[in-house]
Design a protein around this ligand. Structure first.
Ligand SMILES: *Cc1c(COP(=O)(O)O)cnc(C)c1O
Length: 481
């Protein structure tokens, strides 16, 4: 696999676009960045030494940095730029709304036009049990909302003990205090990110825990951990279970087909509310409007953010199913919760335009029927590369595991020592060659913009192959493989 793809070395000049690399003083921006900007999830000292890469422009699936390098964005920004970069109509929607009514709150018995229209549209495109929306500014705030809403739900029904929420190891549910606690990342829990009443079970990672079982048998075992936990705590204390249909930041963990239906059965059996965190899986990523549809489950609450606006402006929220909405509305009184930017008119106007584009261009159907299966075939073929042990995908998320071959076949391989940081080395080669692919340990993952065409999938897979070759050569020089 040594195709030399078109992208490495391509420059702005070659692309014929005129964003002026001269107009951005990279050194100055890096200096200001290093002096004043504390980045999220970053070792600030290490970044200071290296200097941040300055992104200046995006178009379709490509980004350009301040040095004029063209980069293929395999991560849709951060799992969000579903309709691709550079959509003028999104900017126009924001501009029109800012001129008309840039802001008004939804407290004090008021509303605004885009927030109302978007709520109706979200109800239209979501599964039938959803007729209400609660808006937030982000996915994290939406999961905070879930924590308070499910506890409120049980309080209103008179079950004041029923407050525990069960989540999973290695889950990602955001970075507010409740988001971090719901998530299953030890590194976040250790840094002030834990609150009482949240517990975790194992994740349905077949690669990690499925030895000696078929995938489907393992799916039932992993779902069974939920029932064990419910019984250990006492069903009368369990408010809800939360999970991403496919775990994203945890490394694109695609569960066996048996997993989610069994989770649903267990939640139903004990009356436990089911929350699907669809911040990544929602808005077409898996070839359905919502990932729960693909997994065959009927959640009571859906967390959304990211793809709802394709990341052009921040917006998040919770789709509230009839079971919960009915209790909140009928038995309610005040629900003392909300945000200044709940139902922000500009964000909602941009979301309306985003969904209009997705429908007009049939992006969800495209991922389901054409480009998703095409990506599966092409990306799956990377498993033949001598550095790859396993490659899988679902819709427009995909991941491959970097391994050391000990024999000629895929089955004869072993993991690298995590301390060697092989995933990060590979990510470096990707970055240097104009490809953005994220490393989660030694698993390399992508979530491309939904507008990616088959020709661009070919280009991306060739580029990944080229970077895998570069990584393998590097590891051989180090004597690691
Ligand atoms: C990104 C993400 C969040 C957090 O969303 P923010 O907008 O960053 O607060 C929550 N859940 C999942 C599954 C995510 O991927």
């Amino acid at each position: 696999m040594s195709t030399n793809p078109a992208v490495p070395g391509a420059t702005l000049a070659a692309s014929g676009k005129s964003v002026a690399r001269e107009s951005v003083d990279t050194a100055l921006i890096q200096q200001l960045d290093s002096a004043h900007y504390l980045h999220p999830f970053t070792d600030h000292n290490a970044l200071k030494a290296k200097g941040a890469r300055v992104m200046v422009r995006g178009e379709g699936i490509y980004l350009w940095d301040s040095e004029g390098n063209k980069i293929l964005d395999g991560m849709s920004g951060l799992w969000c730029v579903n309709v691709g970069y550079g959509r003028a109509s999104m900017a126009e929607a924001a501009y029109r709304q800012m001129q008309t009514l840039p802001f008004y709150n939804s407290f004090f018995n008021t509303t605004n036009v885009p927030a109302t229209q978007l709520a109706a549209l979200l109800v239209e495109i979501s599964p039938p049990q959803f007729n209400h929306v609660f808006y937030t500014g982000s996915g994290s705030e939406a999961n905070d909302t879930n924590v308070r809403m499910v506890r409120r739900y049980w309080d209103l029904l008179g079950y004041r003990e029923r407050h525990t929420i069960i989540s999973r190891v290695n889950a990602y549910h955001g970075s507010t205090v409740a988001g971090a606690a719901l998530g299953g990342m030890a590194g976040m829990h250790e840094q002030g990110g834990m609150i009482p009443g949240i517990v975790h079970i194992g994740q349905p990672s077949y690669a990690q825990a499925g030895q000696g079982m078929s995938e489907n048998a393992f799916g039932l075992v992993a779902a069974g951990w939920l029932e064990e936990k419910i019984l250990a705590i006492g069903p009368e204390k369990v408010a809800a279970f939360i999970g991403e249909p496919i775990q994203g930041a945890g490394g694109v963990i695609i569960p066996p087909a048996t997993y989610w239906p069994e989770i649903q059965r267990i939640c139903d059996k004990y009356g436990v509310l089911l929350i699907a965190d669809e911040v990544i899986c929602g808005f077409g990523r898996l070839g359905t409007w919502f990932g729960s549809e693909l997994m065959g489950i009927k959640p009571d609450l859906i967390t959304f953010a990211k793809g709802v606006t394709s990341g052009y402006v921040p917006l998040g929220g919770v789709l509230v199913g009839d079971r919960v909405a009915h209790v909140l509305i009928e038995k309610g009184g005040d629900f003392n919760h909300g945000f200044t930017y709940s139902g922000h008119p500009v964000a909602c106007a941009v979301a309306l335009e985003n969904i209009r584009i997705m429908r007009e261009e049939h992006l969800v159907e495209q991922v389901a029927i054409t480009t998703g299966p095409y990506l599966k075939a092409k990306f799956g073929a990377l498993a033949a590369h001598p550095l790859v042990g396993y490659a899988d995908s679902c819709g427009f998320v995909a991941g491959l595991n970097l391994v050391r071959r000990t024999g000629a076949t895929v089955h004869e391989c072993e993991h690298f020592d995590p301390a060697q940081g092989v995933g990060m080395i590979c990510r470096g080669h990707m970055f240097d060659n104009g490809m953005i692919m994220r490393a989660v340990g030694d698993r390399m993952i992508i979530a491309p913009p939904l507008v990616m065409t088959p020709a661009q999938i070919d280009e991306m897979v060739a580029l990944i192959g080229y970077c895998l070759d570069a990584t393998l050569a590097d590891l051989r020089r180090r004597g690691w493989t």
